[in-house]
Design a protein around this ligand. Structure first.
Ligand code: DOR
Ligand code: ZN
Length: 345
């Protein structure tokens, strides 16, 4: 038996949803993670500080007795966002960051941003107060191939934005390409990236070979193998600019298994088991703590958690439920498609 103890991890990109779905998924994250950055793409979205306060209260009310978990709130950037409301929400400690969804890029993004010019006063305010901007980095131009949308976003939106506002601290969320890894690695300052568990484990074949597999569909969509290998190299490098953001994004099965299935993969249950497997394969178990527990807090200006978790490698493969049953319906759990021997003790 092999054991690995690391500071209790945080999840720097998480979809908790609301209501019965939140009640179903929250305990799985709270079991393994101390804190998480909570995505604001509810219907309707979390736009104002009052929305964030109310959502935070609902999350804490849904937390089972005896569990400790800190939700780090975000605001959904719209073309009507008030810079002063954002600044007040940040200085009071209520809100950690602002999320930019290009309008139409993904689930519940229709209230997102069409023109960066319109939101410039908000971004300038954020740069002035050191508040991070979290970016879903994909263009929405229908003429751009879906597998190229991240790379094109970096060239045509992110790089010009960083040149226009170099003081703005930006997290390129769920980076999925070698282009993204290279761009973040080359940056001198004020840029970091989160990486999901599933993008370290699957490439686009998981979605498309042997029949269409909706439970491997997410956005940004998984790319070809060379990109997955670049992500694994970045995640296991120890480079402080790369950290875990699971993007665990539950949808009930009927909304995934249909003619127009939703994007999102639910990994909250087995993320740490899968990550230990990946880091062991890469000969980098000694750098799992950096990726899952240390680099994120450093970037967000927080102390790492003082509690620890221990991962144990079993002789036999470990298992978890194939689905969880929420009050909204069944949610399929990410299947990494290979035996995993690591479990949280
Ligand atoms: O796969 C995804 N699911 N990507 C996103 O950007 C949004 C998320 C969701 O909310 O379901
Ligand atoms: Zn997400």
């Amino acid at each position: 038996m092999v054991e690995l103890t690391i500071p209790r991890p945080d999840d720097w990109h998480l979809h908790l949803r609301d209501g019965a779905m939140m009640e179903g998924v929250l305990p799985h994250t709270a079991r393994d993670f101390a804190r998480a950055i909570i995505m604001p793409n509810l219907v309707p979205p979390v736009v104002t500080s009052a929305d964030a306060q109310a959502y935070r209260d609902r999350i804490l009310a849904a937390l089972p007795d005896g569990m400790r978990f800190t939700p780090l709130m975000t605001l959904y950037l719209t073309e009507g966002t008030d810079p002063e409301d954002v600044a007040a929400a940040h200085s009071s400690g209520l809100v950690t960051a602002v999320k930019l969804y290009p309008a139409g890029a993904t689930t519940n993004s229709h209230s997102g941003v069409r023109s960066l010019d319109v939101v410039m006063p908000v971004l300038e305010k954020m740069a002035a107060i050191g508040m991070p901007l979290l970016i879903h980095g994909e263009v929405t131009d229908p003429a751009v191939d879906i597998f190229d949308r991240e790379a094109v976003f970096i060239d045509t939106v992110l790089d010009p934005l960083r040149k226009r506002l170099p003081e703005l601290r930006i997290t390129l969320e769920h980076v999925t390409t070698s282009n993204g890894v290279d761009y973040v690695s080359d940056a001198q300052a004020n840029l970091a990236a989160s990486i999901t568990t599933h993008h370290l484990m699957i490439n686009r074949n998981a979605i498309l070979v042997g029949g269409i597999k909706p439970h491997y569909y997410c956005l940004p969509v998984a790319k070809r193998e060379s990109h997955r290998l670049a992500l694994r190299k970045a995640a296991t490098s120890g480079d402080a600019r790369f950290f875990l953001g699971t993007d665990s994004a539950p949808h009930v099965d009927p909304l995934k298994e249909c003619g127009c299935g939703c994007a999102g993969i639910f990994t909250a249950i087995n993320t740490l088991s899968c990550l230990a497997h990946v880091f062991e394969e890469e000969g980098a178990l000694d750098r799992l703590a950096a990726f899952a527990s240390l680099n994120g807090p450093t970037w967000y200006g927080l102390a790492p958690n003082s509690e620890t978790v221990t991962l144990v490698k079993r002789a036999e493969p470990v298992s978890w439920p194939a689905k969880i049953f929420t009050g909204d319906g069944p949610v399929t759990v990410f299947d990494p498609l290979l035996p995993i021997h690591w479990e949280v003790a």
